[in-house]
Design a protein around this ligand. Structure first.
Ligand SMILES: [Zn+2]
Length: 88
């Protein structure tokens, strides 16, 4: 079963395969989006805090009513539940 959200950045994947990244052999990833994951490797190689920094601006751009504090709060709550960042 494919992820509904990218398991690295939390981006919604939509109903098609288009948003999914690809593995080294060219097959689609079941877990990660094309921005995070290409040719079987993560395009972003830092920690979760860095990912949050990276995602705050696009979130603000996509929702003009959101404040930076709200965006950070959302990411801080959501990212730790994703496969890439889950520590347990
Ligand atoms: Zn992603």
């Amino acid at each position: 079963m494919k992820a509904k959200f990218c398991q690295s950045c939390g981006m919604p994947m939509g109903d098609t395969d288009e948003m999914f990244g690809n593995e080294k052999d060219g097959s689609k990833s079941d877990d990660y989006c094309t921005y995070c994951y290409q040719n079987g490797t993560f395009t972003y190689d830092g920690n979760m805090e860095g990912m949050i920094e990276f995602c705050v601006q696009p979130m603000l751009d996509s929702d003009p009513t959101m404040t930076e504090t709200q965006a950070r709060g959302l990411m801080n709550g959501f990212l730790p539940t994703l496969k890439r960042w889950k520590t347990a």
